[in-house]
Ligand binder design. Structure first.
Ligand code: PGA
Length: 268
């Protein structure tokens, strides 16, 4: 494969907090207010939070005009219809979401979502004007049997099937090794960089070098204030998708601040 890495100046770090199925409405709004206070002025990092569905509108309202975007954790592939419990693109947008996570490992492995369903969701998000964070990553057994690249390649190929180059401006990839999610085990910076580089090279082959250089690839899996700078050292690591540590305003703000410091040091 060709080396598609470029100086990464054009890619701003992107840190998103996935709140998963945590918090009550009051807690979610309080966390949003607290983040606004702590990191609202940071300009060098793109920031986002991903609350559960019932809080999207209130959190988006609190963050209106701020630099902290609000996303959804899932999307139904259909635009509307008789799908009790499903939430589709138009209501998400109308509630203030600007992006959606697709293929998070908990959706894939707890809810049993296939690569094909993830692809439908990618298209649903893009068709309804939502940016997409497509999550990919191998399970522990897959890593142990040297299948990491194979799994990630399959998830990318299937998940981005039919997604043209223009639409890719609205797609972020999140590499989240399943064994590192919520376990306290973090991929080492070298392990993360190796897969991020593979993803960027894959994007270069599938699309072109410029697109690969411009696409942001977040790392997810036990990102914490004390390991984020090391992870961001990887030239292909452009940010983080943070679970547990994003539920604490101080911790999440520290992660964002550490990312901003890598930019001001010129390391990013
Ligand atoms: P974690 O979750 O930071 O709690 O490991 C990451 C994620 O699921 O996106």
């Amino acid at each position: 494969m060709s080396d598609t890495r470029k100086p990464r100046a054009p890619r701003r770090p992107y840190i998103a907090g996935n709140w998963k199925m945590h918090l009550t409405l009051d807690e979610a709004v309080r966390l949003a207010d607290e983040l606004k206070r702590r990191v609202g002025r940071i300009r060098s990092v793109d920031m986002a939070v991903v609350p559960s569905f019932p809080f999207i509108a209130s959190v988006a309202e609190r963050l209106r005009g701020e630099r902290i975007a609000v996303g959804a954790q899932d999307i139904h592939p259909a635009p509307s219809g008789a799908y009790t419990g499903g939430v589709s693109g138009p209501p998400l947008r109308s509630a203030g979401a600007t992006f959606v996570l697709v293929g998070h490992s908990e959706r894939r492995h707890v809810f049993g979502e296939s690569d094909g369903l993830c692809a439908e969701k990618v298209h649903a998000g893009l068709d309804h004007g939502l940016d997409v964070v497509l999550c990919v990553g191998e399970k522990l057994t897959e890593r142990q049997s040297q299948m990491t690249f194979e799994v990630v390649e399959r998830q990318l190929r299937t998940g981005l099937e039919g997604v043209g180059a223009a639409a890719m401006a609205h797609v972020t990839i999140a590499y989240e090794p399943v064994w590192a999610i919520g376990t306290g085990l973090t991929a080492t910076p070298a392990q993360a960089q190796e897969v991020h580089r593979f993803i960027r090279e894959w994007l270069g082959d599938r699309y072109d070098a410029a697109l690969a250089a411009a696409t942001r690839i977040q790392y997810g899996g036990s990102v914490k204030p004390d390991n984020v700078a090391g992870l961001l050292d990887g030239p292909d690591v452009d940010g983080g998708l943070v679970g547990g540590a994003s539920l604490d305003a101080g911790g999440f703000a520290a992660i964002i601040t550490a990312a901003a410091e890598t930019v001001s040091r010129g390391d990013f």
